[in-house]
Design a protein around this ligand. Structure first.
Ligand code: BG6
Length: 509
């Protein structure tokens, strides 16, 4: 029985086991024939439809320069979904989705095409009951942003009037330095209100990344030791075995630090190091992330603690891999880095003095993303030194991908008469603990856009705080040659030297 005067705040709350379905709406994808749309966005829309998470009144609109009709786009969407979807193929689901598909051909500076898009959305209000709600996904090269946003302003596409909501989804890169990211933020904010802007960092859509928050703040076990008193250091790794493929146009001149360190790695750092938010709504979470990103410091000695590398030809999984300079469309004298590593500090009472080592690279031996928190040694061991020779430090490793899960390493007694202590591992594996399979990051994030839930989307201040970390690093690297490393190895020797200098070593995941 409730105590007098006490109301249970949970009683009227929505049953969170029942998935929310968005309002009737349209999803408009600019650049729908591009790589991202084909590989990730269109399969994710199909998966959402398959899981019954799209509203009954729904329309999928593609916009691109191709001289196509609805049927061509529908064909592309079907092929993309069949190839890339996570959930099984169902003809019925596809047929319902296909009936909602429209295509508007046009260039981004083509006024008429944007008028047609506006007109199509109005028609879909009657035919598909989308109630004037629309999300616009800018899956386009950044130089095209201003033109498209201005077109949306001119035609009134960005303005929901009193009909419903209008939202915009912006893909990274959010600029290439602090100044350009500010310009971009200003531009987007001049067309859409801040709450209607969704910046995608797809790492935040990954289940394991969200689990970091669950682990830290839903348990009593970790938080008391999650600080400089107990933590020795943190390593955040995002390694890829692939090269740059056909992305030279975007990648060359940008490099690994701008491509993933500025966003994915710093977001992982923010979630690892931030304080507990007062709640899990978008504002509370973003406030804490901005605070911690603003507290990041670069080492004063960048020569010793920042390393960039570029892959040369080598061998990976028994196959020969070409070097970066031999990739198509890469200039033979390119100095773009495909590997970046840096030691950062977080200047707060919680983290003062704890190094955060970040690294990312392409053509490394395997694809793995993980956050490894290494703890300090016990101040005293009451065992003979000879019995603890094989005892390392306690470590907690959050495996973001693959083999999603968490590993804890601690010392344990070796069976026998002596008190010999050696490291053992305890594993939590998503695949074994849960029967539900994890949604793809884009599936989750597109759904959140349609639901208007901005929790997993970085806000402009976070993006700017991240560039404040990157800008001095990029400035330091200007005009320098990246160190070469052979494809299939763990990166340049300088990176190992960087940790050795601190008496540590990179993990070999
Ligand atoms: C993207 C980068 O943001 O993330 C790519 O631009 C990188 O260079 C990709 O390959 C990796 O994503 P994931 O989800 O496969 O780890």
């Amino acid at each position: 029985m409730a105590a007098a005067g006490y109301t249970n705040p949970l009683r009227d709350a929505r049953d969170r086991r029942i998935p929310r379905v968005p309002d009737p709406c349209a999803l408009v994808v600019f650049g729908v024939t591009g790589d991202l749309a084909r590989k990730k966005l269109l399969p994710a829309v199909y998966d959402l439809a398959n899981r019954g998470l799209l509203p009954p009144g729904f329309a999928l609109l593609g916009f691109s320069r191709r001289d196509w009709g609805d049927a061509d786009f529908s064909q592309l969407a079907m092929e993309s979904a069949q190839k890339g979807a996570r959930t099984p193929w169902r003809d019925g689901v596809w047929e319902r989705l296909a009936a909602s598909i429209r295509f508007v051909p046009g260039a981004f500076d083509d006024d008429e095409a944007f008028d047609t898009l506006q007109q199509t959305l109005i028609e879909l209000e009657d035919s598909h009951g989308i109630h004037g709600n629309a999300a616009f996904y800018l899956s386009i090269p950044p130089p095209a942003f201003p033109t498209v946003l201005k077109q949306m302003q001119r035609t009134g596409l960005a303005d929901s009037g009193d009909r419903g909501w209008r939202r915009v989804v912006v893909e990274k890169p959010f600029g290439h330095d602090l100044a350009s990211s500010r310009d971009l933020n200003q531009l987007v904010d001049s067309v859409f209100t801040a709450d209607d802007v969704f910046r995608i960092d797809h790492y935040l859509g990954k289940e394991t990344v969200q689990n970091l928050l669950a682990m830290r703040f839903a348990n009593t076990l970790f938080e008391p030791i999650w600080n400089a008193n107990f933590v020795d250091s943190v390593q955040i790794t995002m390694a890829e075995d692939v090269g740059i493929g056909s992305r030279a146009g975007f990648y060359d001149g940008a490099g690994a630090a701008r491509d993933v360190l500025q966003n994915h790695l710093l977001q992982l750092l923010a979630l690892t190091a931030m304080e507990e938010p007062v709640s899990f709504d978008a504002d509370s979470l973003r406030i804490e992330k901005v605070k911690v990103l603003g507290a990041i410091s670069l080492p004063s000695d960048l020569h010793a603690y920042a390393v960039r590398g570029q892959y040369e030809a080598g061998w990976l999984a028994g196959e020969r891999a070409i070097g970066y300079l031999e990739e198509s469309d890469v200039p033979a004298d390119s100095t773009t880095e495909t590997y970046a590593a840096v030691r950062l500090g977080v200047e707060t009472r919680r983290w003062g003095g704890v190094p955060f080592y970040l690294r990312t690279g392409k053509r490394l031996p395997r694809r793995v993303t993980e956050i490894a928190v290494t703890f300090k040694r016990a101040p005293h061991l009451p065992f003979p030194v000879t019995d603890t020779q094989e005892l390392g430090r306690n470590q907690l490793v959050v495996r973001v991908q693959p083999d999603e899960g968490v590993t804890m390493r601690f010392g344990s007694k070796v069976p026998g008469t002596a008190m010999e202590v050696r490291d053992v591992s305890m594993d939590f594996l998503y695949g074994e603990a849960f029967t539900e399979s994890s949604p793809e990051a884009y599936e989750r994030l597109i759904l959140d856009v349609l639901l208007g839930d901005a929790t997993l989307f970085p806000r402009n201040l976070e993006v700017e705080a991240s560039w404040r970390v990157l800008d001095p690093l990029e400035a330091f690297w200007v005009g320098s040659q990246p160190e070469r490393y052979r494809a299939g190895t763990w990166g340049p020797a300088g990176s190992d030297a960087m940790l050795r200098r601190d008496g540590r070593a990179w993990r070999r995941p």
